[in-house]
Structures are given as structure tokens and as C-alpha cells.
Design a protein around this ligand. Structure first.
Ligand code: ARG
Length: 585
């Protein structure tokens, strides 16, 4: 909660206790920002809920609270509206002093958390030898944003890439490569990931059609699990190859991850099953070892099990996740583990968490959260594919965004008669292109699916990255036009808020704190996008209505500081989304 809101909440609680006695001191004042500025800035609805409990009219209760409320330094005299809402309006002098106080603060007045935690964000997590697809892109972008926000708030964040680097797919792939491309298993860089993915597809076809090949592939998996030298070496090469390709994407996106793939947990898998058996949770069902679940039923109504060891003795995705969560809680001391995957895996996580809960592996102070997101669709609303029907390669997708921006930029420069260096153009194209893809993803409520549209995400109008980046550039243009280094403005400039648009902007600037806390709690980055979009809108209105460079001192300096605070808020907010700003574009 933002400092102002927090402060008001405390004062309200105090007033309630003063009015009705100490037994009321923990009552929630039900304080929220108002939806309509007509009613002030905040509204406390506590009188309505107390009214029932106390058997008194809400209006009278509101009156009694307001009588005891000591907030005259923060708000105008409170108003009681409707059945008993307490409406609060911030004083201009309060806003001025708040803004004045954050001028030199690199964190713009946003405190670090009072209880820093060790948090794990498990995101991106593509599968070796398979192509990284748009689902992984979404996980990468959302996960990175969540990690950035938690880091900014002062949590200790472990960004884990739980890559799929183990399993039966390697048996197929290695066996197939032994036949058709043996060098790939002994020489580094003999293949690129595109080839690898093709070989994987062919291997799978072969596997599905040829029982003899199935047997060979199974043997290869056994060899891998037993640690046979040649198979292990081949596996390592394949992983290395994929890793390099993934890194290209991470570099393009400016995303940092620590790889700790599924194979890392191999030596802990047997223990998971043993411990479940010891706890009496394990049931053998048609040769497979399972734990039966509550609330998950098969079509015929029978209880559904979570398999943790297959009838052939192999472990699976769920076993690995159980081992991983134990390791993360015990060894990494994680207090919160956040999994960012598509909604398709919601059942998987609900089941794994239920089993871990039943086994007593999740201590009370540890929270495990699945952060699901919807599918990425093509512009036609169907599954996202290339024209020829193939899965889209992420690199191509990102490159295309950059290329399109470069093309647009050339046209724009020509129209404006501007000359720019190749370096400049490339930088702008890269930042705008990548930002557009990220922003398009983050600005949607992640729980819904969205259509991937270059035209929409690259538009200069609307809630898009180019629009936001322009808003920032405009603030920088003011300093260029006035030949003023905004960063050099005195740190204690007196802020003077006179016009309505100025006040509106000021209030919005002071709400970033609240938004960041919200995203930290609900893990919904689109809230931050909305905030920034509104900020640029409010800034534009201010800029249209309030002359900055042409106004007289001391208003001029105050307005310049407002411009600078807007610029810094945009920059910080975008940075938390993983988006870099440009000084010019
Ligand atoms: N590799 C998985 C996939 O591509 C995602 C892994 C997510 N993390 C986890 N701990 N299961 O679907």
C-alpha cells in the first residue's frame, strides 16, 4: 500500500478506536481510491459495515469517525456522502511536499519491502532438442517482469530455468542420430537447433511407427540413466547445442536466468517415491506408483491418481517437480515459489502441490503459486503458426518485429527529412521491436489469451510500447528544447500545483508505489502497464494545458521537475517491465 494510503488507514483506525473503544482498533477501514474524482481521492466505507454490527445508522457512525479523524495535514475536511461513505481529498500542499521529497530519490519514494523473502521464479523453461515456442516466450517475458519487480522491492530472487533436459525424448533422438548423423553425438556444433528439431520430429515418427526402434530407444534411455559414457556425452552435446540457441533469445530479450534443468533432480527422485511410500500415501495401480488425489476424478467418477513412478520404473514430470520443490524449500530456503507456465499446466501444479501438501513438505511459511497465462493466438484467432503451418521460430518472430520497425523508421525519417546513422537506426529498431513484443504480452491480463499482431503492437497509438517510448522521448525533448539538463534541477525545488491537470498528474505520480505493491501481491504485470499508459495520458493533458518552458519562475522550475518526475517514473516503470527507454527515436 502506498505511503499515503497506509498513513490514512492508520489514522482512520485510530479514529475508529477513539470513537468506539479499543476493541475496534483492528477494524479494517475499507479504504480505496475513488473511481470518480468528484468524490475526492479516497473513500472509506467502514461505516457501512459497522452499521450492521452496531445497529446504528451508517451516517452517524461515519460522523463519529470523522469527528475523531486527525488528517488535516493530509486532506481537506472529509465529506460524508450517500449512506455513509467518508470521502477524502488530498490537500494540494500535501501533494506538493510529497513530490518535493522524492525529487532526488532514485527509488522515487518507493520503499523496499519490510519483510524481504527468498523467492524463486521458475520461468521460461523450454525443452532441450525441442524448439522454444511462443508459450515459452510468454513465460520468459512475464517471469522476467515478476522477477524484476520482486528484486526492486528488495526480495532475494532466484530466477530458475527448469529446462526439460531429461526423459525419453533423448532415447529416441540419440538412437536416431546414431543412425543418420552420428557426428552430432561426438562433435560439438555439428548441428544447429533447427536441424535438431527436425531430427527430433523424424525420430518421433520413427518411434511411433517402428516397434524395433522403440526397443532400441528404450535401451538408449536405460544407458543414459545408468550413465553410460558415450550416451551421456551425446546428451551433453545436445544440451549444449540447445542452450546456445536459447541464449540467443535471452540476449535479445535481455533476460537473465539460472539454468537448473530437470536432470539436476535425478538423484533425488527415488527418495521422493520412498518417502511417499513411508508416509502411506503411495498406491500401486496397474504397476504404476501413484498418489490418489482429492477433487480430481476420471470421467467415470473414480478418483484420479498422480503417477510418480511408471510401471517400467521411470519417473516423470510430476516426480521431478516434487523433488524440485523439496530441494527449493530445503536447500534454497525459498519462502515463495512462483511457477510461470500456460494455463494448460494448472492441473499439473494443483496436483503436485496437493501431493506435497499431503506429504507435509510445504512448511506454513512457504507459499507456492502457479502463475498461469493464456495461449498466444495468431491474428486469425487460431493457433499461432507460420503461413505454411509450421510452428513459428522465436528468433524469426523477434527479428521480424525489429525489421518492421526499421522499415517504418526509414519511412518516417524520410518524411521528416531527418538523417540518422545506421547505428542509431539499428538501436531504435531493436529497442522498439523487442519492447513492442514484450509490452503486447505484458499489457494483457495474463490469464486471458491474446492475438499476436505486429500491426497492433507496433502502432504509435494506444497502449503499446512505441506509444510509451514516445511519451518518454517527449519528456526528453523538453529538456533539449529548453537546453536544460533535467537531472541538474535543484533537488529541493519548491513544487507548485495550480492547474487541475497538474494536480491530476501529481496524484498519479504518487501512486506508483501502490501499483507496484499490487503487482507484487497479485503478480499481474498488466496493472503496471495500465498505470504507465494513464501516466502518459495525464502527462499529455498537463503538457497541453500548462506551459512549461514559457511559464514564469518559480512555476517554470516546478513544472520542469514535474516533467522530470514523469520521465523518471516512465523509465522506472518500463524498466520493471524489462523495457529500455530511448532518449530519441
Ligand atoms: N518444460 C516445461 C514445458 O515446456 C515447463 C516447465 C515449468 N516448470 C516446472 N517446474 N514444471 O512445458
Amino acid at each position: 500500500m502506498n505511503a499515503t494510503q497506509e498513513e490514512l488507514k492508520l489514522k482512520l483506525q485510530q479514529a475508529i478506536a477513539d470513537a468506539f473503544g479499543d476493541e475496534y482498533q483492528d477494524v479494517d477501514p475499507v479504504l480505496a481510491t475513488t473511481s470518480n474524482p468528484k468524490f475526492g481521492d479516497y473513500q472509506a466505507n467502514v461505516a457501512l459495515s459497522l452499521s450492521k454490527k452496531m445497529g446504528q445508522p451508517a451516517k452517524a457512525i461515519a460522523g463519529a469517525i470523522v469527528d475523531k479523524l486527525e488528517i488535516s495535514d493530509i486532506c481537506e475536511p472529509p465529506e460524508i456522502a450517500g449512506p455513509g461513505f467518508i470521502n477524502l481529498r488530498l490537500r494540494t500542499s500535501y501533494l506538493e511536499s510529497q513530490l518535493q521529497a522524492i525529487q532526488t530519490d532514485p527509488r522515487l519514494g518507493i520503499p523496499t519491502t519490510k519483510n524481504p523473502q527468498r523467492e524463486i521464479v521458475d520461468f521460461s523453461s523450454p525443452n532441450i532438442a525441442k524448439e522454444m515456442h511462443v508459450g515459452h516466450l510468454r513465460s520468459t517475458i512475464i517471469g522476467d517482469c515478476i522477477a524484476r519487480i520482486l528484486e526492486f522491492r528488495g526480495h532475494e530472487v532466484l530466477r530458475l530455468n527448469h529446462v526439460g533436459d531429461w526423459g525419453t525424448q533423448f532415447g529416441m533422438l540419440i538412437s536416431y542420430l546414431r543412425e543418420v548423423h552420428p557426428e552430432a553425438l561426438t562433435t560439438a556444433n555439428a548441428l544447429d537447433i533447427g536441424d535438431l528439431v527436425n531430427f527430433y520430429r523424424q525420430a518421433k515418427q520413427r518411434f511411433d511407427a517402428d516397434p524395433k526402434f522403440q526397443e532400441i530407444a528404450r535401451q538408449e534411455v536405460v544407458k543414459l540413466q545408468a550413465g553410460a559414457e558415450d550416451t551421456l556425452y551425446a546428451w551433453k552435446l545436445l544440451c549444449e547445442q540447445s542452450r546456445k540457441e536459447f541464449q540467443i533469445i535471452y540476449d535479445l530479450l535481455d533476460v537473465k536466468l539460472t539454468e537448473r534443468g530437470e536432470s539436476f533432480y535425478n538423484s533425488f527422485l527415488a527418495e521422493v517415491v520412498e518417502d511417499l511410500a513411508e508416509l502411506g500415501l503411495l498406491v500401486e495401480d496397474q504397476g504404476a506408483k501413484c498418489v490418489f488425489l482429492d477433487g480430481f476424478t476420471n470421467r467415470d467418477g473414480t478418483a484420479q491418481p498422480l503417477i510418480v513412478q511408471k510401471s517400467d520404473g521411470g519417473y516423470n514430470y510430476a516426480t521431478t517437480d516434487l523433488a524440485a520443490l523439496r530441494y527449493r524449500i530445503k536447500q534454497d530456503n525459498a519462502q515463495r515459489i512462483i511457477y510461470v507456465t500456460d494455463t494448460g499446466q494448472s492441473n499439473h501444479f494443483a496436483q503436485v502441490l496437493q501431493v506435497a501438501g499431503k506429504a507435509g513438505w510445504i512448511p506454513e511459511n512457504v507459499e507456492l503459486v502457479h502463475v498461469p497465462f493464456g495461449l498466444v493466438l495468431g491474428e486469425d484467432g487460431k493457433k499461432f503458426k507460420t503461413r505454411s503451418g509450421d510452428t513459428v521460430r522465436l528468433r524469426d518472430l523477434l527479428d521480424e518485429a525489429v525489421d518492421r520497425v526499421e522499415l517504418d523508421l526509414e519511412i518516417r525519417l524520410k518524411e521528416d527529412g531527418r538523417e540518422e546513422s545506421t547505428e542509431f537506426k539499428q538501436k531504435v529498431a531493436e529497442v522498439v521491436g523487442i519492447s513492442a513484443v514484450k509490452y503486447a504480452d505484458l499489457s494483457q491480463n495474463r490469464t486471458s489469451k491474446y492475438s499476436f499482431s505486429y500491426d497492433k503492437m507496433l502502432s504509435l497509438k494506444g497502449n503499446t510500447a512505441p506509444y510509451m517510448l514516445y511519451a518518454y522521448v517527449r519528456t526528453q525533448g523538453i529538456s533539449r528544447e529548453g537546453n536544460i539538463d533535467l537531472a541538474e534541477l535543484a533537488g529541493d525545488t519548491k513544487i507548485i500545483l495550480q492547474e487541475e491537470t497538474e494536480l491530476t498528474l501529481a496524484k498519479h505520480l504518487l501512486q506508483l508505489d501502490e501499483i507496484i505493491s499490487e503487482v507484487e501481491r497479485d503478480l499481474l504485470p498488466n496493472r503496471l502497464c495500465d498505470y504507465l499508459y494513464q501516466l502518459s495520458d495525464k502527462f499529455n493533458k498537463f503538457y497541453e494545458n500548462c506551459p512549461v518552458l514559457k511559464s514564469e519562475l518559480p512555476v517554470r522550475t516546478s513544472r520542469l521537475v514535474l516533467c522530470n518526475l514523469t520521465a523518471r517514473t516512465l523509465k522506472l516503470g518500463l524498466d520493471l517491465l524489462g523495457i529500455r527507454v530511448l532518449e530519441r527515436m
